[in-house]
Write a protein that binds this ligand. Structure first.
Ligand SMILES: Cc1cc2nc3c(=O)[nH]c(=O)nc-3n(C[C@H](O)[C@H](O)[C@H](O)COP(=O)(O)OP(=O)(O)OC[C@H]3O[C@@H](n4cnc5c(N)ncnc54)[C@H](O)[C@@H]3O)c2cc1C
Length: 336
């Protein structure tokens, strides 16, 4: 059984399939197993000893890991398809949403994952060449995107010794408690304040990023304006309108783009296997987690889009159950 990707979906599936008696090999393109848990989520939020302990248990129980091995380039996906009885694609969803505005090409503007992965590797002891270093020390940092990934960038920038950290978000500030517009059992959209925010910095909502300005090829300013969401369309949905004469600028030596992920990488393994994609560009499967290619399954962010660890674990376990049934015609693995 070949598993592509060692994030929570791949690890959960490996654990279950190994317990069911299959020989499980996990292929991971990075130098260490864990997926986003390893190099996406910072150590200050997830202590890596927890992850190391769990991976050591899996290894002792017989799961094999092929690190530094990218399926699709280091090893052809079609080769694995021939050599293994089944494959699980659990490669996550990492193609970042970009902000294609004037000045985007200035140096000093980076995607959140490039910043976090490098910073987490440095915390783990890896040396980064000065020419490639993305470091907030002594810099004015602007994080664009008010979500959880942005919050992790805020916390990282504080730890690296930024002079100032400002986080901006295009949407209006959510309410701090459940409003009448979000009655139970609706999932409420509430203001989230993480420990990273409690540590310092500024947060601004309803801000449109219009342009980057720079000097000598490096970013120096982010030009913004305020947004108004008070007008509604015929369906009652808020309309976004720029507030006249509300332009303002933020000084910035380092800009981090944390405005979400669009879908998994489509080249490499997915292209070689010719799996179908859904409308959002994620890997499409039937209810039993099988893609349009017989014996090739998918789970986690690669299948459902960027989500949460609990969902990745749940999908990995459900996919393992479906894979065991596919291989053995019956299964004693739990559905969950
Ligand atoms: C910055 C950040 C913070 C987050 N914080 C939280 C949080 O606090 N709580 C929470 O619940 N969720 C959080 N999430 C979301 C959570 O991390 C993901 O939903 C979860 O990790 C998805 O698991 P996965 O196994 O599907 O994919 P991933 O964890 O992305 O793992 C995929 C793995 O596959 C490998 N891979 C990809 N392609 C190949 C290939 N071709 N060959 C070999 N290996 C390959 C990748 O290197 C990676 O290791 C966060 C996400 C980010 C980006």
């Amino acid at each position: 059984m070949a598993i592509v990707g060692s994030g929570p979906a791949g690890l959960a599936a490996a654990d279950q399939l190994n317990k069911a008696g299959h020989t499980v090999i996990v292929f991971e393109k990075d130098d260490k197993a864990g997926g986003m848990l390893r190099y996406g989520i910072p150590d200050f939020k997830l202590d890596k000893t927890v992850l190391d302990r769990r991976i050591a248990i899996l290894k002792k129980e017989g799961v094999k890991f092929m690190l530094n091995t990218e399926v699709g380039s280091d090893v052809k996906a079609s080769k694995l398809l021939k050599e293994f009885d089944a494959m699980l694609l659990a490669g996550g969803s990492r193609v970042a949403r970009d902000l294609k505005i004037e000045g985007r090409s200035f140096e000093g503007i980076h995607f959140a994952m490039d910043y976090l992965i490098q910073s987490n590797k440095r915390v783990a002891g890896k040396k980064i060449a000065a020419s490639k270093l993305i470091d907030a020390k002594g810099k004015r940092v602007v994080v664009i995107g008010g979500g959880d990934t942005g919050a992790d960038c805020v916390g990282m920038a504080h730890r690296q010794g930024a002079i100032s950290v400002v986080q901006i978000e295009v949407l209006p500030k959510p309410p701090e408690c459940r409003s009448a517009a979000q009655p139970w059992p609706k999932y409420p959209s509430l203001l989230k304040t993480s420990t990273s925010h409690e540590e310092g910095g500024e947060r601004h909502w309803a801000v449109l990023t219009k342009k980057f300005e720079g000097e000598g090829g490096r970013v120096k300013k982010v030009l913004c304006s305020r947004l108004d969401f008070s007008r509604k369309d015929d369906r009652g949905c808020p309309l976004m309108a720029e507030v006249p004469n509300s332009q303002f600028e933020l000084r910035a030596d380092l800009v981090i783009l944390a405005i979400g992920f669009i879908h998994p990488e489509h080249g490499g393994a997915l292209n070689q296997l010719k799996v179908s994609l859904d409308q959002k560009g994620n890997v499409k499967t039937s209810a039993d987690y099988m893609t349009c290619v017989k014996g090739v399954f998918s789970a986690g962010d690669m299948r459902r889009g960027q989500s949460l660890i609990v969902w990745a674990i749940a999908e990995g376990r459900k996919a393992a159950c479906a894979i065991d049934r596919y291989l053995m015609e019956k299964t004693s693995l739990p559905e969950m």
